[in-house]
Design a protein around this ligand. Structure first.
Ligand code: GLY
Length: 376
């Protein structure tokens, strides 16, 4: 599926089953070259850029000017940076903005930002006038390796993360890894953890690659970052193509997320999503080891790579375990009141048993895993 042309990587997502849909992903390292892939030949009644206040200055205004010079009727809305913008009030404010700007069904939304902007703008696109097209233009490593692809969109409510949302596939994904140059180092780690997650469940070779090249990746080496993005996307595209609506295999992409989402909630979203998933991986890998599925050696390898990223289990001692466990009860994988977890079998392989990709785990085991993590 992948072709290498100069410095660009091209991928294609093909969803044959329920949503006959096909869209390209372009991964490059030059903003203007990337912009040349925008569907300019297609006339949109309006191009609506959704971004955040920081990115508006960095890249949003350049994109707006580019579109206007290309003859498009383009406008831009920005929201405050951060997870708190993924809420009902911001969503409603943006919907009002689209109505007031006279956006019709022929418009296109351009989601220029990280996971927060992508999820919010994607949900806006999926629901405005019962659905308009949108382009994902991820600016964070987390959005590049994960959230910009696969069509998951949504917003948070006080009860939990992404509890309102839908699957709405983008028209196109345009990824420019050079944009990562302005990303704070913590956000590079944040995104890399989502890539490591995908490698842990499905790609041991890429896990070894990250271990070997970690310093270069964290120093922002563009070629290495492009490689990380391409490797993570190759896995993710395969999973999404086979199970767009998360009836089975796609749930594997939630490894580390059950505890991760709970940590985001109990920390009032002060812990970044990928970092929370990293701590979630530490706890959920321990669950697999306690259940006798994962070996101690593999657990130690996971602890070691997270430690190199600055994540240590004792960080978790500041949160009340019962509050964390209570927060997992709002996870979307709960069935008949029982929280279901992805269980890691080995480095690069998740447990799949009787066609089941997630498995019920008792609160006692989660509590033991959490406590062992704090003491590790
Ligand atoms: N971020 C997990 C998924 O797209 O399914």
């Amino acid at each position: 599926m992948k072709q290498e042309i100069n410095t660009m990587n091209y991928f294609h997502v093909t969803l044959p089953a329920e949503s006959p849909c096909d869209y390209p992903i372009v991964v490059g390292a030059d903003f203007h070259e990337i912009l040349s892939h925008l569907p300019e030949g297609r006339v949109f009644t309006k191009c609506v850029i959704i971004t955040d206040d920081t990115l508006k200055t960095l890249y949003g205004n350049t994109l707006l000017t580019h579109l206007q010079h290309a003859g498009q009727d383009a406008i831009l809305f920005s929201v405050p940076a951060g997870e708190h913008s993924k809420n009902v009030a911001t969503y409603q404010h943006l919907i009002q903005g689209l109505v007031e700007a006279g956006c019709e069904r022929g418009c296109v939304i351009l989601a220029l930002g990280g996971g927060v902007v992508g999820d919010l703008a994607g949900f806006l696109a999926g629901t405005y006038l019962r659905g308009v097209p949108y382009v994902q233009m991820p600016t964070s490593l987390l959005a590049m390796v994960d959230s910009s692809v696969g069509g998951k969109t949504g917003i948070n409510i006080p009860q939990g993360k992404n509890l309102i949302g839908m699957v709405h596939q983008p028209l196109l994904v345009l990824t420019d890894v050079a944009l990562l140059k302005t990303l704070p180092p913590e956000h590079l780690i944040n995104g890399l953890i989502e890539a490591i997650k995908v490698f842990l469940i499905a790609d041991y070779d890429s896990l070894l690659f990250v271990e070997a090249e970690l310093e270069g990746i964290l120093s922002g080496d563009t070629r290495l970052l492009q490689d990380v993005v391409a490797r993570a996307l190759a896995i993710k595209i395969g999973v999404v193509s086979r199970d767009e609506k998360e009836r089975g295999e796609r749930a594997l992409l939630n490894f580390g997320h059950t505890v991760g989402h709970a940590l985001e909630k109990v920390s009032d979203y002060t812990v970044l999503h990928g970092i929370a998933v990293g701590y979630g991986i530490l706890v959920e890998a321990r669950i697999a080891q306690i259940l006798g599925v994962l070996t101690v050696e593999h657990l130690q390898a996971i602890d070691a790579i997270m430690a190199r990223l600055g994540l240590h289990g004792h960080f978790l001692q500041q949160y009340d375990i019962s509050e964390v466990i209570a927060a997992t009860k709002n996870d979307k994988k709960v069935r008949s009141g029982c929280v279901q977890y992805v269980i890691l079998q080995s480095l690069g392989k998740a447990l799949i048993e009787n066609n089941r990709y997630v498995h019920p785990v008792s609160d006692t085991v989660v509590q033991q895993a959490y406590s062992e993590c704090v003491g590790a």
